[in-house]
Ligand binder design. Sequence first.
Ligand code: LLP
Length: 432
Amino acid sequence: MNLKPQFQVPTNSSSLNIFSFQNNALYAESVPVMDLMAQYGSPLYVYSRTEIERNWQQFDRAFGEHPHLICYAVKANSNIAVLNVLAKLGSGFDIVSIGELERVIAAGGIPSRCVFSGVAKSKAEIQKALEIGVYCFNVESEGELERIQSVAQAAGVVASISIRVNPDVDAKTHPYISTGLKENKFGVDVDTALSLYHKADQSEYLKICGLDYHIGSQITDVLPFIEALDKTLELISKLQSEGVKVSHLDLGGGIGISYKDEQTINISDYIQSILSRAGDLKILLEPGRAIVGNAGIFVTQVEYLKRNSIKSFAIVDGAMNDLMRPSLYGAYHKAVVVKESPDGINDTWDLVGPVCETGDFLAKDRELKLNQGDYIAMMSAGAYGFVLSSNYNTRPRVAEVMVAGNRHALVRRREEAKSLFENEFFLDEETN
Ligand code: LLP
């Protein structure tokens, strides 16, 4: 596997402003975004390697010498160039499918630093993960514990497990991405966890290594995290007093980023409060968004300006299939004009895409100076951007580019329409 592109780290990277305006034009690190659009076409995802590295290191450094593993949540952005940057830093990975594990391996990541999460691991996935040798399975139910035990027994190996506890705390985030309440499908409650640990302790094919939880995503208040931490530490001491040893605690991901003007969690303070409570427990975290969210933008071009007596629409070439978060969660992404043209029109615009749905919008009511042909960057699109994209309306998925200092490279080729139906067959061919 070719792990290119390789870049030089700019020596003054800590002082770099990742996406900034210079001479009224947007730059990604030291590269004018206009140049990227000219070279790679529109629409386009652009990632900053420096920002990804900085964000990961912020987590890692805050732990100092305390035993820990930062397991980047692959689902947030699974491009192998992104995974490769993190693998080189020594990152662990949080995976939810064998496909993600294969990506991690292709990107140079180490399987024994992977935690396998997800509510419905199939038998084949468990077999494969045991064969490859992941760090542990984050177990979500009694049925799954039994399945892992029987697959391990059949293979004659021991599976390391952690039980995902649902601590029943309100993460105060969007209901679609809140996971730590009893009404959510994730994990097991405290009492069930106790009985599952005792059950696992009896099995010679299961090795208890940890306890984990993940209470939701885009959380901007530290209190739900602390509440969940205190509840689970109590459970760990109870287990210990009953003779069950748990050697790591995995607090999941969920740390929010600033999309608009949200005050977010101070990562060092959060980690200090974990360390002040955790004794000598090894700590795992599974951040996704906090590592890649602000390291990426989605750039789209204005095709048409269309105004009527009550509305002004900028119809752009990017759509809900490319950046789904606004349509799916009503999510806000800042929109900035990459380089304003002097004859643009100042107005309050809805940015809408070419897809045939009223729900196809990237932003609403934005005051921008726009002209046909202008490029608009949707900021903070590095997490859950490209990975949530689809081929709806037979739209090829867009290209992805990574920038490092003054260098840039294509890290995913733009799809072509013909590749979208190459796995489809006529009825007669298929039955032949
Ligand atoms: N660990 C587990 C078990 C998870 O389910 C998730 C995210 C993470 C870690 C990483 O969470 P993060 O640090 O990125 O918040 N599509 C939604 C977000 C879905 C999050 C799913 N789970 C969005 O665009 O906001």
